[in-house]
Design a protein around this ligand. Structure first.
Ligand SMILES: *Cc1c(COP(=O)(O)O)cnc(C)c1O
Length: 369
């Protein structure tokens, strides 16, 4: 069987009865939309973070869109973020009419280079949107200081960082609000699409509830626009509610896999992931780096292993973002990484045997370069 970087079927096999019981529970509950499961999941997800509120939404992209709008960020406002991210981070900023402003990333952690933020701030900058990429946090204390210095709102993109911590503080609680995705591959994944915004700001929370529900206060009465229909599906919420109880186990599983890679590949010339000081990494993806990346990906196919690149194109070089006006060469670290990084299989159901097959194949491929 071909080995891919992600697969949910082994987890489904282990959790089969619970998942199907979740579906049964919702179908038999008499309330298929915004019912008890959404409410209970929201309460549990907020509590997991020690946040006051959580609003479940339909996906992670809209979690960012609604988070920005709920915090009052809109047309013409500049939002400082990174180009080394999943495109939806930037799609969401663009979708609210705000202007994404990119800073480069740190060469060892691949995270936003906070030393570049001061120079990127203009009179129109309103928001700092860090991406806790691949499973580890941008330094939360430094973010907070930067936002305070320039009077900026922080919206954390936590789509890849459920349960990640920096100096003990959990991702998602530093800024005004934080956006999460529950896309199936994520550290907390649904069986379909899902997302959430957490916040401890009562006004942002109220805005979020309206924004995801057509802009309505109560049924049939719109109090603000733009409205959206961005509700978290009830079935996905019930699955997520149950899986949230296992989140710490999923993270422990991911860390064990990361340790096995470090043991198996630490003496090769692959650059393995580096945890920044103070970080507790959750390894959403296990990203390695090598100058001969393309040759490695090609050669390893002979072992029935298909690896992935997260992400092959820096956002600022994509045709859809040409209007932002970033020339090739403007973010040199991001561009270099995109040519050299690739991801190894990483998901809780990855068996030690399969992982060893990947490690052995990589060692052979590297030796033959
Ligand atoms: C997955 C992801 C998103 C988007 O989430 P969806 O649920 O797919 O819309 C946004 N930002 C980052 C960093 C992501 O990894």
């Amino acid at each position: 069987m071909t080995t891919h970087v992600w697969d949910y079927l082994r987890e489904y096999e282990n959790e089969h009865d619970d998942i199907l019981d979740a579906v049964e529970t919702v179908f038999g509950s008499g309330q298929l939309v915004l019912g008890r499961s959404v409410r209970e999941f929201e309460a549990a997800f907020a509590a997991y973070h020690g946040a006051r509120h959580c609003v479940g939404v339909d996906n992670g992209t809209n979690a960012i869109v609604l988070g920005l709008q709920a915090a009052g960020i809109g047309p013409g406002d500049e939002v400082i973020t990174v180009s080394n991210t999943a495109a939806p981070t930037v799609v969401a900023i663009d979708a609210v009419g705000a202007v994404p402003v990119f800073v480069d990333v740190d060469e060892s952690t691949y995270l936003m280079d906070l030393d570049q933020v001061d120079a990127a701030v203009t009179a129109r900058t309103r928001c700092l949107l860090p991406v806790h990429l691949y499973g580890q946090c941008v330094a939360l204390d430094r973010l907070e200081a930067l936002a305070a210095r320039h009077d900026l709102v922080i919206l954390e993109d936590c789509a890849q960082a459920h349960g990640a911590r920096h100096k003990g503080r959990i991702a998602g609680t530093t800024g005004k609000a934080a956006a999460f995705s529950f896309y199936p591959t994520k550290v907390l994944g649904a069986y379909g699409d899902g997302g959430a915004v957490i916040t401890s700001d009562d006004e942002v929370h109220e805005n979020l509830r309206r924004l995801r529900y057509y802009g309505m206060e109560d049924r049939y009465y719109v109090v603000r626009t733009p409205g959206h229909n961005s509700r978290l599906d009830e079935v996905q919420a019930e699955i997520l509610r149950r899986k949230l109880g296992r989140l710490d186990d999923y993270i422990a599983g991911r860390r064990a896999i990361a340790r096995r890679y470090a043991e198996g590949l630490g003496d090769t010339d692959l650059v393995l992931p580096v945890s920044a000081p103070g970080n507790e990494h959750v390894y959403y993806v296990y990203v390695v780096r090598h100058p001969e990346r393309d040759a490695i990906l090609e050669a390893i196919k002979a072992y029935d292993i298909v690896l992935n690149i997260s992400y092959p194109w820096p956002v600022h070089t994509m045709a859809g973002f040409a209007h932002l006006g970033y020339a090739e060469g403007s973010l040199p670290v991001t561009e270099r990484l995109a040519r050299q990084i690739f991801s190894l299989p990483m998901y809780p159901g990855l068996s030690p045997d399969t992982q060893d097959k990947v490690i052995d194949a990589l060692r052979e491929v590297l030796a033959g370069l």
